[in-house]
Write a protein that binds this ligand. Structure first.
Ligand SMILES: Cc1ncc(COP(=O)(O)O)c(C=O)c1O
Length: 366
């Protein structure tokens, strides 16, 4: 068969171990998964109510335009309805952008380490990937700008960046956008937008008004706690959305997913409460890091990247045996660190106790 050359050696996404798998492996009753930056508080109670009284006809295709969700979201975000594009998770929007703009002969610029789907999709489309090392966990926008040439089609920015959690500084972002030629699409992935508490952050939707080449990605998978329903969205000027829309598959958001996202959107107090609890969870991790002199990146997401001064895989295995699934830094380009989703305060407390035990076994802590 005539497979694309670039598929040679490519591996599918490696999901972390599932809760059931880990339970069986180690004979544990309770597992806490802090590996995929999901919401430990679940989703709005209004979504549960909605699920109990469902009246959707699943025999018919969903609304391919997601009209009700679109109208509500346009109001919340403060844009016109035709400035939105929905995806089966923002993962699908990353795929649509890559499919629409990337091909052999063009290049694409991104940070490293960052969210791996930018690279993955770019490679599938045969584009040259230009990766720019983070500086102290933050995007090196100067170097990223230097990497852009007449063959650059897409630049990917992730803010807060997964896995470091660091926000791109507002002024730097604005300067960067001014420097990038209009012919280059700038993707600003804000999957963790709802968790941002930094007072210098200005809602990036404002950037869209003046910049025809900026697209912002957000999702219902993180703070909204709906990862299982797969709803992500993009916001940009309407001409840009209109160019991308033909790439979208016609019925890419299930009717039930559109329904729950619409309900979740109406409960802003749930999001507010998650943001506050997340902030307090981050403090638990920061206190631990300070006490034990471990480096921690200043995060604006619902996860932290924490130094362990040991082989990350060993720490990962040690925590797995104690009932916590996290991400080893070895798997995400940050050896010597672990990435941990902020849990509930109780989960964090227990996790940090277990982590201290594992680090004692590894002779990192006395
Ligand atoms: C930075 C970033 N972008 C996008 C995604 C994909 O989110 P989803 O496809 O669930 O909307 C994730 C998920 O972890 C992420 O961390």
């Amino acid at each position: 068969m005539q497979w694309k050359n670039q598929l040679t050696g490519m591996k599918p996404y490696q999901p972390g171990r599932s809760i059931d798998e880990v339970k069986k492996m180690f004979g544990l009753d309770e597992i806490v998964k802090l590996a995929s930056n999901e919401n430990p508080f679940g989703c709005s109670p209004k979504v549960r109510e909605f699920m109990e009284n469902l009246s959707i006809n699943h025999a018919i295709y969903p609304d391919g335009y997601a009209s009700a969700l679109r109208l509500a979201l346009a109001n919340v975000v403060g844009v016109e309805e035709d400035q939105l594009l929905f995806g089966n998770g923002s993962d699908e929007i990353i795929m649509m952008i890559s499919r629409a703009l990337l091909q052999p002969g063009v290049n694409t610029v991104m940070a490293t380490p960052t969210f791996p789907q930018y690279r993955h999709n770019s490679i599938i489309e045969g584009a040259e990937v230009r990766e720019v090392q983070l500086i102290k966990g933050a995007h090196d926008l100067q170097e990223m700008a230097l990497q852009i040439d007449e063959s650059t089609a897409v630049v990917w920015l992730c803010s807060p960046n997964n896995p470091t959690g660091m926000l791109i500084e507002q002024h730097e972002l604005e300067e960067f956008i001014k420097k990038v030629p209009k012919e280059v699409l700038i993707v600003l992935d804000e999957a963790y937008f709802e968790y941002i508490t930094d007072s210098t952050y200005k809602n990036s939707i404002e950037l869209i008004k003046d910049h025809e080449n900026v697209i912002i990605l957000r999702t219902f998978s993180k703070a909204y706690g709906l990862a299982g329903f797969r709803v992500g969205y993009a916001v940009a000027q309407k001409e840009l959305i209109a160019k991308l829309d033909p790439v979208r598959e016609p019925f890419n958001n299930a009717a039930i997913s559109q329904g729950v996202a619409l309900v979740a959107l109406q409960d802003s107090s749930f999001i507010e409460s998650c943001r506050i609890q997340n902030e307090s969870g981050i403090k638990q991790f920061e206190k631990f890091a300070k006490e034990h002199q471990l480096h921690i990146y200043p995060t604006q997401g619902n996860f932290v990247l924490l130094e362990v001064k040991a082989d990350s895989d060993l720490v990962f295995e040690g925590l797995l045996k104690k009932g916590f699934i996290i991400r080893s830094g070895n798997a995400i380009g940050t050896p010597g660190y672990i990435r941990v989703t902020i849990g509930t305060n109780d989960q964090n407390k227990e996790f940090l106790q277990k982590l201290a035990d594992v680090l004692k076994d590894a002779e990192v802590l006395a």
